[in-house]
Design a protein around this ligand. Structure first.
Ligand code: SF4
Ligand code: SF4
Length: 485
């Protein structure tokens, strides 16, 4: 029988010998300044999002005496989340889940309509990277000046520009990290503590970590965060379809491309003059003429760049534009964008968004400010008293979610000839009243006794009724009363 031998090759050794790497070295991207409609839109969105981020912790909201007056606050010490008039307790964490589901559905809907609009305009990575590039441009000049500076040997001027740029980046990082911690404590007091060195170590370490991550992600890594670290570019493919509008190069109109001299005819050639302006402004360093790419964040700066070129050569705008997959095959110059907003996919996301939104709204409007929890003693299940009665013990926890002291009346329903008494911090009290301080939880022992006769079933369903003596708000908890069979 003939034998075969397989020759093995050590790929790593071959690569090393031929000085090849499995990983492509990063080419630094120096985007050129763009001007136009989408650049202006990006400036506006950047201004709004940064203002919201930096100003929000300083907005005050009166909640009454003893309650924090910060409009948006994650109060970790007391386990509360405050958002203007909404106050969420740890037991109500489902509201946070609801908000996250709403945000995810809204993102799905926007993505199915406009592609990666979130990535291109309002993702924090995009906003801060844009801000860092703006600083870089102010300090080192536009693309050509920066490319020249990159290649130039170190000199006093280069060192000075680099020093100023990195210093401003670090200050922005510090302000970003600083603003973040203000969401977790009273902002004016925390600022005073941070400045005087009296803040907790966790506050300083959080500011340090966020300063470093903002500086590294926004200043140094930039587009690599979107391309390699963020999962969204891979996921969003499932939300787009042929009718989603996205940044598109109209190859049917642009090709065959090539340089064009003034007065040269346009017949027999495309409208792309291969000027590379669309590539020069791209913060991701890609060429949109190569088609849809994972790296493209649909920031639309290439649209602005190409529209400026079209204006100069007196051709209709829109060689690169927002369009659908179908639209890119339409050769008509300056054609109107046709979008079908109502599609099965957008209807499904819209319905889900409305349903979840309405459920959230309903639960928020009908939110109870009283929470009662009853836990029956299990050891022993019951006690037989000297007078022959059977007694069960319960722990009743009453949560008062408003910023006023309240008094509650406790009664028992469903057990004939029963008597009950409460043990509120020590001695037995005849009246069934539980005082609960503002914004606090009170825990009391409740004892119920009943004649053994009538407890033949072994277990009887009962209800503990807790009623606010002033507002009349009632909370009923069902439990059981155990006796010998
Ligand atoms: S900016 Fe427009 S004309 Fe210039 S290379 Fe890009 S697509 Fe072609
Ligand atoms: S290709 Fe155009 S839309 Fe995509 S990232 Fe680059 S500039 Fe932005």
């Amino acid at each position: 029988m003939a034998s075969t031998s397989i020759e093995t090759v050590d790929v790593r050794a071959v690569n090393k010998k031929e000085n090849r790497s499995l990983y492509k070295k990063r080419e630094k991207i120096q985007p050129k300044k763009a001007t136009g409609t989408f650049r202006r839109l990006k400036w506006i969105i950047m201004g709004i999002t940064l203002a919201i981020y930096y100003i929000t912790p300083w907005i005050r909201w009166d909640r009454g005496v003893g309650a924090p007056d910060q409009a948006v606050l994650v109060d970790l010490d007391h386990g509360r989340f405050y958002f203007f008039f909404i106050e969420i307790w740890p037991q109500e964490v489902y509201y946070i889940t609801g908000i996250l589901i709403l945000a995810a559905l809204a993102l799905f809907l926007v993505t199915s309509l406009f592609g990666r609009a979130w990535c291109g305009y309002s993702c924090p990575q995009t906003v801060w990277t844009d801000l860092f590039i703006f600083v870089e441009r102010i300090v080192e000049g536009d693309r050509n000046a920066r490319l020249k500076l990159d290649k130039a040997p170190m000199s006093f001027s280069k060192f000075y520009k680099r020093f100023v740029k990195h210093s401003i980046w670090l200050i922005i990082g510090l302000l970003t990290g600083g603003a973040w911690v203000f969401y977790f404590a009273d902002a004016p007091s925390l600022l005073a503590d941070l400045v005087t060195g009296e803040a907790k170590t966790i506050a300083y370490s959080s500011v340090a970590v966020l300063t470093a991550t903002t500086y590294v992600f926004g200043g140094l890594m930039r587009e690599q965060v979107c391309t390699y670290m963020c999962p969204w570019p891979r996921i969003q493919g499932a939300m787009v379809d042929e009718e989603t509008i996205t940044v598109t190069y109209h190859g049917a109109r642009g090709e065959p491309r090539g340089p064009h001299k003034k007065n040269d005819p346009w017949e027999g050639r495309g409208h792309c003059i291969d000027c590379n302006q669309c590539v020069a402004v791209c913060p991701m360093g890609i060429d949109i003429r190569d088609g849809a790419q994972l790296e493209c964040i649909t920031c639309a700066l290439c649209i602005d760049a190409c529209d400026s070129v079209m204006d100069k050569i007196d051709l209709p705008r829109g060689l690169i534009s927002y369009d659908t997959h179908e639209g890119q095959f339409d050769k008509t110059p300056g054609k109107k964008l046709k979008v079908r907003f109502i599609r099965p996919r957008t209807i499904a996301y819209g319905i889900l968004l409305t349903v979840v939104g309405l459920i959230m709204l309903f639960t928020l409007l009908n939110r109870s400010v009283l929470d009662v929890n009853v836990i029956r003693d299990r050891n022993p299940l019951f006690v037989k008293l000297s007078d022959g009665q059977i007694r069960n013990g319960y722990t009743v926890k009453i949560l008062n979610k408003i910023h006023e002291n309240r008094r509650f009346h406790v009664t028992v329903e469903g057990l004939e000839n029963a008597s009950a008494w409460l043990q509120v911090e020590g001695p037995r009290k005849p009246e069934m009243i539980v005082p609960v301080p503002a914004d606090a939880l009170s825990s009391v022992k409740l004892f119920i006794s009943a004649p053994e006769k009538g407890l033949e079933k072994g277990s009887t369903d009962i209800a503990i009724v807790v009623k606010d003596l002033v507002s009349g708000e009632v909370e009923i908890q069902e439990t059981s009363f155990k006796g010998p069979k």
